[in-house]
Design a protein around this ligand. Structure first.
Ligand SMILES: NC(=O)c1ccc[n+]([C@@H]2O[C@H](COP(=O)([O-])OP(=O)(O)OC[C@H]3O[C@@H](n4cnc5c(N)ncnc54)[C@H](O)[C@@H]3O)[C@@H](O)[C@H]2O)c1
Length: 352
């Protein structure tokens, strides 16, 4: 382990800061690292929503730049200005990757290569290259069987993605490890389990189900509902990222998870109960193609070496709090569901 890798007054480039985890991270970091300043590079794809950050958009420590991680001209000037890059930007929805693989390859694989090359250029020009932090996923490890609950993903588990999204994230993840080995870049990688919390795009299961129930619609549950996911509150993920950035070694990889495995059926029943509805609101639909059966993360390395512990993911209270956030913020999700959120960029940034 090295001493603290970045300064207390670091300039941090966040990619994808208008998405679910990125926007929670920007807010979390400004609150918890008051000396940092943050540049948020986001192309505002369908899941990028500037309204996720209206509360901090005038903070002098924060700057938004509309740009694409696939364009070196957008990326390089920003990478040159910063001490660390935290790379969230990606296409993130498995169902969309089944419909169209193209954006997953260009944004997740090629976009990560452009980001890494920008860091590499700073290094080869003799400058101080920023730390490159890759926000990865447990889905790169593939799928575990239901009948061997003792099996969990460790950092030594082979990368064996089974879907387009996970394959594209695995491609990016392996490029990060290659740039560390080949060019000596100071990289950090986390592979995290499913996140929940506020500002998640309502195509993902928790906000989709809550908002459907508010609108009196049934919730579509894939297959037998027995697929297992390991749920972690987004703020626990944000805390793990900062901890690994500050305390992790160059080239290190950490699994992040809350030992909080739930079947989709269990999750659905709990959401329905929290919303005061009946099980007749479940609509069983044909299973997702290639649906991974079970993900389970072993976070022992992160806990032992870095001293991280999840503190906000306790179940069912943390889920109840998240459900309540969507119930209390109809303006936010109604604008997302109607598409109105996309007008915000013009309103806020036109003429600036
Ligand atoms: N959501 C989870 O449970 C989870 C778990 C583990 C890891 N991750 C990873 O965390 C990251 C963020 O996930 P999320 O759920 O917040 O996703 P999201 O879809 O909510 O946000 C993605 C953001 O990236 C931006 N983006 C996409 N392509 C871009 C491009 N070419 N250039 C610039 N910006 C671009 C989008 O506009 C959006 O703001 C992803 O890398 C994802 O793989 C997510």
């Amino acid at each position: 382990m090295t001493s603290k890798a970045i300064r207390d007054d670091a300039k941090v480039l966040v990619t994808g800061g208008c998405g679910f985890i990125g926007s929670n991270f920007v807010r979390f970091a400004l609150e918890n690292r008051p000396g940092w300043s943050i540049i948020n590079l986001d192309c505002l794809s369908y899941s990028g929503n500037l309204e996720n950050l209206t509360d901090i958009e005038d903070d002098p420590r924060y700057e938004f730049v509309k740009g694409d991680i696939r364009n070196m001209e957008d990326v390089e000037p920003l990478v040159k200005r910063c001490d660390a890059v935290i790379h969230f930007a990606a296409e993130s929805h498995v169902d969309r990757s089944i419909l169209d693989a193209g954006p997953f390859i260009t944004s997740n694989v090629q976009g990560t290569q452009v980001m890494l090359d920008a860091v590499r250029r700073v290094k080869s020009d003799g400058g101080k290259a920023p730390v490159f932090f890759f926000v990865g996923t447990d889905e790169v490890y593939g799928s575990l069987p239901l009948d061997q609950p003792e099996l969990m993903f460790t950092e030594e588990t082979p990368i064996q993605p089974r879907g387009v999204y996970s394959a594209s994230k695995a491609g990016a993840d392996l490029l990060v490890q290659a740039y560390h080995e080949t060019f000596g870049l100071d990289t950090r990688t986390t592979r995290c389990s499913n996140n929940f919390g506020p500002y998640q795009f309502p195509e993902k299961v928790i906000p989709l189900f809550v908002t459907n129930l508010i609108e009196g619609q049934q919730v579509p549950l894939y297959g037998d509902g027995l697929n297992v996911r390991d749920w972690l509150h987004v703020d626990d993920h944000c805390e793990a990222i900062i901890a690994v950035l500050e305390k992790g070694a160059a080239g290190s990889i950490y699994n992040v998870g809350g030992n909080n495995e739930r079947t989709n059926l269990e999750l659905t029943h709990l959401i329905i109960e929290l919303m005061g509805k009946g099980k007749d609101m479940i609509r069983h639909v044909e299973d997702r193609l290639g649906h991974d059966r079970r993900y389970a993360i072993d976070p022992t390395r992160l806990k032992g070496e870095i001293g991280w512990q999840p503190t906000r993911s306790a179940w069912p209270e943390a889920l109840e709090e998240t459900v309540k956030w969507y119930v209390d913020h109809p303006d936010w999700w109604k604008r997302v569901k109607s598409g109105a959120y996309r007008e915000y960029y013009e309103k806020q940034y036109a003429g600036r």
